[in-house]
Design a binder for this molecule. Structure first.
Ligand SMILES: Nc1ncnc2c1ncn2[C@@H]1O[C@H](COP(=O)(O)OP(=O)(O)OP(=O)(O)O)[C@@H](O)[C@H]1O
Ligand SMILES: [Mg+2]
Length: 212
C-alpha cells in the first residue's frame, strides 16, 4: 500500500457507548467540509461480512468462543481486502465502527480466548491497514446497555462479561497510549463530537500539510 494513503480511524467501546451516533456525526462533518470518507462497520460492510454478522449476532445455534473469534477474523480479512485497502488507496478518511481491538476485548478479555493468538490473527487480517487512531468510548456497562436497547447474542450476556470487556478495552488503551484516545461516553452527544473532531484533526492536519 502506498505511503500516502488515507487515514484510518476506528471507534471502539462496549454496546451503547455512542460509536454509531458519533461516526455518523463525524461523517456529516466530513461531508460538509468536502472531505472524502468511507464509513464501514464490523463485522459487515461486505457481502460475506454481513452474512457473518448475521451468524455472530443472531444465530440460534451454539457457537464456541473460538469459532466466534475466527468468524470475526474472517469478516475482518474480507473487509480489509474488499473495502479498506481500496478506500485508503483513494486517500479517503476510513472510519470503522469497531475493528481489531473489539476481538481482543470481547473474545480475549471477555470470553477467555488466547489474546496472543487473537493478536496474531488480527495482524494477518489487518495487513498494513492498521488504525492511525482509535477512539475508545468508555462508560459504565449498565448505562451503555440501557441506551443500546439491542437484543443480540452479545447484549444478552451477563453484566460481568460486559465489565470484563470494558476493563479489557482500558488495558488495550493503556498498552497503546499513542494510538488509542479514551473519551468519557457519559457526556452529552455534542461535547463528545467536539472531542472526536479534535482527535480527528490531530491526525488529519499534519498529513494534509505534508502532501503539499
Ligand atoms: N452521549 C450520549 N448520551 C445519551 N445518549 C446517547 C449518547 N450517545 C448515544 N446515545 C444514544 O444511545 C443509543 C445507542 O447509541 P449508539 O447506537 O450510537 O451506540 P453504539 O456504541 O453504536 O452501540 P452498539 O454497540 O450497540 O452498536 C442511541 O439511542 C443513541 O441515541
Ligand atoms: Mg452501533
Amino acid at each position: 500500500m502506498s505511503k500516502k494513503r488515507g487515514i484510518l480511524l476506528s471507534f471502539e467501546g462496549i454496546e451503547g457507548t455512542g460509536k454509531s451516533t458519533q461516526t455518523r456525526r463525524l461523517c456529516k462533518y466530513l461531508k460538509d467540509k468536502g472531505i472524502s470518507y468511507t464509513l464501514l462497520r464490523e463485522p459487515g460492510s461486505s457481502v460475506i461480512g454481513e452474512q457473518i454478522r448475521d451468524i455472530l449476532l443472531f444465530s440460534k445455534g451454539k457457537l464456541s468462543y473460538f469459532a466466534e473469534t475466527l468468524l470475526f477474523i474472517v469478516a475482518r480479512d474480507q473487509l480489509r481486502r474488499q473495502k479498506i485497502e481500496t478506500a485508503l488507496e483513494k486517500k479517503d478518511v476510513v472510519i470503522l465502527d469497531r475493528y481489531a481491538d473489539a476481538t481482543i476485548a470481547y473474545q480475549g478479555y471477555g470470553s477467555g480466548v488466547d489474546i496472543n493468538l487473537i493478536n496474531d490473527l488480527n495482524n494477518r487480517a489487518m495487513g498494513d491497514a492498521i488504525a492511525d487512531v482509535t477512539i475508545l468510548f468508555d462508560v459504565d456497562p449498565p448505562i451503555g446497555l440501557v441506551r443500546s436497547g439491542r437484543n443480540d447474542r452479545f447484549e444478552k450476556r451477563k453484566m460481568d462479561f460486559h465489565e470484563r470487556v470494558r476493563r479489557g478495552y482500558l488495558k488495550i488503551a493503556k498498552a497503546n497510549p499513542k494510538r488509542i484516545k479514551i473519551i468519557n461516553a457519559s457526556e452529552d452527544v455534542a461535547s463528545i463530537q467536539d472531542k472526536v473532531r479534535e482527535i480527528f484533526l490531530s491526525v488529519f492536519k499534519p498529513r494534509k500539510v505534508r502532501q503539499h
